[in-house]
Design a protein around this ligand. Sequence first.
Ligand SMILES: C[C@H](O)[C@H](O)[C@H]1CNC2=NC(N)=NC(=O)C2=N1
Length: 91
Amino acid sequence: MSETLTDEEIAEQLPPEWEYVDDEIVRSYDFDDYLAGVAFASEVGELADEAFHHPTIVIEYDTVEIRFTSHEAGGVTEQDLELAAECDALR
Ligand SMILES: C[C@H](O)[C@H](O)[C@H]1CNC2=NC(N)=NC(=O)C2=N1
């Protein structure tokens, strides 16, 4: 099982635009078009299912919020940070 990272390790490695809140890393992406946000959420879902590591995804009319944490480990792990970077690379 992946080990959870310390607050300092997360702060050092967290990609820009992401926040660390209550044992999750969170980013909200803005979209001009609702269906572009839906398509982005679907692409994130593909990444997540391939990694078998699933975020919370909240789709609103002009934003998509992605929240990663490692449930089994009980906090943020390297895998969460890796997938966050992969989500950013989709844009
Ligand atoms: C049973 C457990 O949900 C599965 O082993 C996988 C599925 N996807 C997962 N996703 C996340 N974010 N954390 C997990 O611990 C996790 N575990």
